[in-house]
Design a protein around this ligand. Sequence first.
Ligand SMILES: Nc1ncnc2c1ncn2[C@@H]1O[C@H](COP(=O)(O)OP(=O)(O)OP(=O)(O)O)[C@@H](O)[C@H]1O
Ligand SMILES: [Mg+2]
Length: 239
Amino acid sequence: MIQAKQLTKTFGAGESLVRALKEVNLVIEQGEMVSIVGPSGCGKTTLLHILSGIDNPTEGKVYIDGFDLYGAKEKARSAFRLTQMGFVFQSFHLIPVLTALENVALPLIGQGLSTKNANDKARAALKQVSLEDKLNSRPAQLSGGQNQRIAIARAIVSKPTVIWADEPTGSLDSHTSQQIVGLLRHINDTMGTTIVMVTHDLSISKQTDRIIHMENGRIINIDADNNSDLSPSAKLVRE
Ligand SMILES: Nc1ncnc2c1ncn2[C@@H]1O[C@H](COP(=O)(O)OP(=O)(O)OP(=O)(O)O)[C@@H](O)[C@H]1O
Ligand SMILES: [Mg+2]
């Protein structure tokens, strides 16, 4: 479970002070897939960065499965991030000189696994995203959708409890976007990974369990049971 308590974030000072988050409270249950939506500049990325330990809050607390993210030392927080969290970004953040296999194996090597062990796990993760035939391709040789699937393989390779995704379909056409959100949905359904996704795209957010609406640094509304309009058969098709 992810718990945010009274999160506040300010940038700058004096006349250039920006209050990016204002006393945000939020609970996300283990195994949920939620989206965060709202106008540009409302604080979505800031919230995702603070929930995931990338950036410190000015005030407030984040607990993940009881772990006090900002009460912990930097080293413990980094270790927690590396083993418990996966990240997916709009621009993929792959390393251009590495192959698909090497990109996915890298975080495991960072955790101290042997190259062979890391490569075995990376191969399995790339198979889960249907890229088993592109192991030795570099990002520039692949499409945007394929690159995002490598990034998703990298995000799941450590079997994290949560995946954070900031506009994961922002650089993709609508057909490829649907494939990517379908893949994230599948990972959520089959692996039970909590997924928290920022998106501008209504056709993407409506496929998540809940939609968190933000405006001007605050959560203004949460659509619970967003998916309840799907008939049981539609849910099966989705799976
Ligand atoms: N490092 C920073 N320094 C100063 N101001 C920042 C910084 N990061 C974000 N901000 C400001 O905080 C506010 C929230 O930014 P944030 O990036 O969270 O918005 P967003 O909802 O993700 O927008 P978008 O949809 O355009 O990505 C904005 O006013 C932004 O200018
Ligand atoms: Mg953003």
